[in-house]
Each structure stands twice: as C-alpha cells, then as structure tokens.
Design a protein around this ligand. Structure first.
Ligand SMILES: C[S@@+](CC[C@H](N)C(=O)[O-])C[C@H]1O[C@@H](n2cnc3c(N)ncnc32)[C@H](O)[C@@H]1O
Length: 193
C-alpha cells in the first residue's frame, strides 16, 4: 500500500472517495488537469456521474483529454466559474445532490501562475457547495498558502469553517507538519444527516 499521508492531494482524495458509493454524483469544482476528476469518476463507477468545472478552457481540454485516455464517459466537463456550482449541478443533474464536492485551489499546474482562485469567489462557492452536498456528504478543499492570495483564501475558509454550526457540520483540518516551505493543507467539511 502506498503511504497516503505523504501527499496532501492523496489525503484529500482518499478521504473524499470514502464518502462515495457506486452510482453517486460527485463534483470537481476545479478540474485543472483532470486528475481529481478521474479519481472521482472511478470512485462512483459507470453508474455514477461527475460534474467537472474549471474557469479556464485549457483545463477543460486537459481534463477531457485525460478522461478520453482512460475511456471514462460518466463526466460532464464545463468551462464555468465555481461560484455557480449550485446552478450548474441543478442544470446538469436536476433533482440530484452530490455526495462529494472537491476544490483543489490555487493555479493550474503547468499553466499561468497568476491565474489563481480568488478568496471571495472561493468562499462563496464553498458556502454554495455546503448547501448543495447531500446530508452525509463531504466537501474537500485543498489549500495552498505558499502565495499571498492563497494565504488569505486559507484564512477566510478556516474562519468560515470554525463558525459553522456544530449540529449541522463537522469541519476537520489537516496539515503536513514537518515539511519545508508551505505544503498544501486540506479542509474537510462533512454535512450531518
Ligand atoms: C490546482 S488547479 C486544480 C487541479 C486539478 N484538480 C487536478 O487534479 O489536476 C486549480 C484550478 O482552479 C481553476 N480555477 C480558478 N478559479 C476558478 C473559478 N472561479 N472557478 C472554477 N475554476 C477555477 C484554475 O483554472 C485551475 O485549473
């Protein structure tokens, strides 16, 4: 077995997939190069579905290419701002609620580093995702505090999470403690049944 705890994205997906069953709906709010989307698609199986969003055309194309390469057909990929996550999910999958929503924040690896997620949008989208996700589901946010916008984004998301009512949500924050620089961290929020 690989050591899941050495990589933040591995921790994020391992936990997220734990909330997914065959046939479920999952949302990747920032599909980027498509790696998380692919993992979600495999976790929900052929009878399940994934909605993948990204603001950049380049990311949409990269995700579609990766899915094609793996013969995955249960994903709808849209070039769309994640602030519209609720509307997009209700439009593409009317009457359904996702069991998991993942946000991998920051910039597109191998892309324009100045094109990064913005704290106001991210906060609004995270709140919308909390409404959207089904009771018993999870939202996962991979946080990058190594750049200025990312540090502020992380601070705002953690404040929001700390203030969530404990009778409705369960917020958990993981951090790699002995790594150099600023390794990514993960915020998990589960919605109680
Ligand atoms: C770290 S990358 C995502 C990596 C991806 N999950 C993967 O597995 O390859 C962050 C992505 O967020 C996207 N993004 C930034 N702002 C966004 C927004 N408001 N709505 C949707 N996507 C956004 C960027 O275009 C970028 O592709």
């Amino acid at each position: 077995m690989t050591n899941i705890l050495t990589k933040t994205t591995g921790i994020a997906m391992y936990m997220t997939a734990g909330y997914l069953n065959e046939g479920d709906l999952a949302v990747d709010a920032t599909c980027g190069n498509g790696h998380d989307t692919l993992s979600l698609a495999l976790a929900v199986g052929k009878s399940g579905s994934v909605l993948a969003l990204d603001l950049q055309k380049k990311a949409v194309l990269a995700t579609e290419e990766l899915l094609t390469l793996h013969g995955v057909e249960n994903v709808i990929v849209k070039q769309e701002n994640f602030v519209n996550i609720k509307e997009a999910a209700q439009r593409e999958f009317p009457g359904r609620q996702p069991s998991a929503v993942i946000f991998n924040l920051g910039y597109l690896p191998g892309g324009d580093k100045s094109f990064t997620t913005k704290k106001e949008d991210t906060l609004a989208a995270a709140k919308a995702a909390l409404e959207l996700v089904r009771p018993g589901g999870i939202i996962t946010l991979v946080l990058y505090s190594g750049h200025a916008e990312g540090a502020e984004e992380k601070a705002e998301l953690l404040t929001m999470a700390r203030e969530l009512p404990a009778d409705r949500y369960h917020a958990v924050y993981t951090s790699l403690l002995n790594q150099k620089k600023d390794p990514p961290e993960v915020l998990f929020i589960t919605k109680k049944k």
